[in-house]
Design a protein around this ligand. Structure first.
Ligand code: ZN
Length: 116
């Protein structure tokens, strides 16, 4: 028999789109917090749910890490020194993200880089 999984998954937040949800889950995993992306209505019938009602969610695998994950996300979302404008859709992206959370475009070269 498989051992019973005693970890309690907790929903961290609902993301505005799948790109951002995946980005956050990846960043959390990189920080040592197991996270995964879940669909808000995973059991729904595909094609019958408006896109804005099937937003992705970021779940933390271990509920004891939930507060840590929250504060990390808070830091990322409010890091003022990494604000950049997306070259693809002109979205302003805040935090240590290497991709636009609106369209998924890669972050352009840092305009403050002295080598440019
Ligand atoms: Zn974009």
């Amino acid at each position: 028999m498989l051992p019973h999984n005693r970890l309690t998954m907790k929903r961290l937040l609902q993301a505005p789109n799948l790109v951002l949800a995946t980005l956050w889950a990846d960043q959390l995993s990189a920080a040592g917090i197991d996270a995964s992306v879940q669909r808000a209505y995973a059991s729904g019938i595909v094609g019958h749910i408006p896109p804005d009602q099937s937003l992705p969610e970021v779940w933390v695998e271990d509920d004891e890490r939930l507060e840590q994950a929250r504060s990390l996300l808070d830091d990322w979302r409010h890091a003022p020194h990494r604000t950049w404008a997306c070259p693809g859709c002109h979205e302003i992206v805040d935090g240590p993200f290497e991709q636009c959370w609106n369209c998924g475009a890669d972050r352009p070269a840092d305009p403050q880089d002295p080598a440019v």
